[in-house]
Design a protein around this ligand. Sequence first.
Ligand code: TXE
Length: 498
Amino acid sequence: MERAQHDPILFIDGRWRHASDGGTRDIINPADGSVVAVVDEATVDDARAAVTAASRAFAPDSASNWRNTTVAERSAICDRIADFLERDRDEIARIETLDTGKTLRESHIDIDDVVSVFRYYARLGAVEADRLVDVGDPTIISRVVREPVGVCVLIAPWNYPLLQIVWKIAPAIVAGCTMVVKPSEVTPLSTIRLIKLTEEAGAPAGVVNLIQGSGASIGDALTDNPDVDLISFTGGATTGAHIAEVAARHVSKVALELGGKNPHIVFADADWTSAVDAVVTGVFLHSGQVCSSGTRLIVEESIAQRFVQAVAERAATIRFGDGMDPASETGPLVSETHRAKVEDYVALGISEGATLVLGGRRPTGDQYAAGSYFPPTIFDHCKRDMRVVQEETFGPILTVERFIDEAEAIALGNDTTYGLAAGVRTADSARAERVARALRHGTVWVNDFGVYTAAAEWGGFGKSGNGRELGPTGLAEYQETKHIWTNTAPKEVGWFTA
Ligand code: TXE
């Protein structure tokens, strides 16, 4: 397709532009391999221009004076974006489904979630006030005030494109930062639509900039830059470690969410029906392409055989197919490349000696021929040191380990270099509390799984990253605190007496 046939999608300093070298990328629908859009592919120069634009917009003499706008003005922009997302809900949900493969139902839920995130931060900005510190001297006013961190680079992955970028954009706007947004090159479409809404909502030129392109080619041009104050990244562990290294060169702040390998611990006394349902939903929703996916079932030995059988029977009935089909309960994997990676993990699990109980092979049938589908797959009798148990497969693969007692359940649940999320299911509330406190994970669900709220922090222990999104901490990440000490009755200190 020719460049002239598509709208420009790079947004730099309030202007929509094509890539400076005319480069483009086809965006593929993973449900059938068709091209759903052609978008500009930014160059290194475009990426640098976007950082420069964000930097200029943050300067004290910028035309919009953005960093000195009031919280109320910035919160109003977030509220307007939320209104527009509600107005365009169906259109954006369709875009998200065509781009990611997720079901339309899930795309709608994602939009409702991001609306709540914009509204939450719009309110929180006003609540999180400056703090007065009592230093024990009535002539001193000691105040801790919050100011924007500055220029932020916000990088998102492909599994929840809209959701994950909004967890960054909303607090960054409320805090008064300027930003360069980079969606995954695989799934940029909903983010492009969102940036149009930020423009419509009145974000001044240069405050929100959009760059689209391969992280390998333009990532360093965004992050390896002394003008960048903060990089917030959600994605793979290897890329995250690279970004942390690059950021260290300039002592830029980094917030990283790098996925997980999340245990779901089921005790014998757990409510049976909801436990089976939660284990199935927890791992097979969005075909396992979820950072908090409950990929490690850790089940009490006495019920293990029956429980795994019940999970497998339930999982076998999951209807996967084109996300646009209302009958589909889950869609394809995001790309052929990703399906190949998941298939490698299936082969690895078999070679490591795990017992394949369900799935493991591409589905047959005309409706699956052109898309990157993969069925729910279950490995039983896994050992904790197997790579399929320890590494993030990011696909519909459940591994099963068994435990004898509470201590072993906790030990298995913590036997991971990650630490994003975990679930525990038991009817014993004292035990639930003990296990929840002992697990080294950023979120622990008790008799629930995979739920979150804009008002509670999200993030990981260990190699799942650092920093937190959502909740008050998710706003604080985009703020510097400044201590202002005012002496209302100055007099000589009296230290040097001569
Ligand atoms: O992620 P990448 P990939 C995991 C999951 C998956 C694996 C790899 O296991 O299989 O990561 O996925 C941008 N500088 N997660 O390769 O490369 C890239 O363009 C700056 C878990 O797709 O980390 C994209 O926008 N940016 C995760 C984003 O980083 C760079 C969700 C993520 O891409 C860059 C997704 C660079 N040098 C995958 N290189 C989660 N935490 O939920 C790439 N990017």
